[in-house]
Design a binder for this molecule. Structure first.
Ligand code: HEC
Length: 120
């Protein structure tokens, strides 16, 4: 039995190598999709997570992990983040930030560029 779990562990580690893939596996394993959607698109009051700033997302997840929530709705997130390690959060936020919809290859980029065309 122990051998089989070790085998499964080795398999899951070797099949999920990049941070993006590990984040994706975590996103599925931790059922984040049940609220945030299979395409990270959000649902009703549950926020969209696709292509959101990595730094902000990890700041939020670490706050939830330390049981801090600003609103009652956010308290829902505490349960889903208390067991996340720093590495888990890093993988999850990489997955969110770099998320690509594999069916349409669409990617939204909401990063703000301060240097523009000078308002022409
Ligand atoms: C039961 C529903 C539910 C599940 C499951 C859930 N979330 Fe959330 N999530 C929420 C709610 C509610 C908020 C807070 C929305 C608000 O600020 O009003 C939130 C907020 C967040 C935020 C902050 C987004 C922002 O715009 O501030 C992140 C990041 C996040 N969730 C990631 C995750 C991850 C990763 C998982 C899986 C480990 C997960 N969520 C599972 C309901 C859920």
């Amino acid at each position: 039995m122990r051998f089989i779990s070790l085998l499964l562990l080795t398999f899951s580690l070797s099949s999920a190598q990049t941070s993006y893939e590990k984040g994706k596996a975590l996103y599925l394993a931790k059922v984040c999709y049940s609220c945030h959607g299979h395409k990270l698109e959000g649902m009703n009051t549950f926020p969209r997570l696709a292509n959101r700033a990595k730094g902000y997302m990890s700041y939020k997840l670490k706050r939830f992990r330390s049981k801090q929530a600003d609103t009652q709705a956010q308290e829902m997130m505490i349960t889903y983040s208390v067991n996340l390690s720093d590495e888990d959060i890093d993988d999850l936020t990489t997955f969110m930030y770099e998320y690509i919809d594999e069916e349409s290859s669409e990617r939204y980029d909401d990063s703000f560029q301060t240097h523009g065309d000078g308002g022409s």
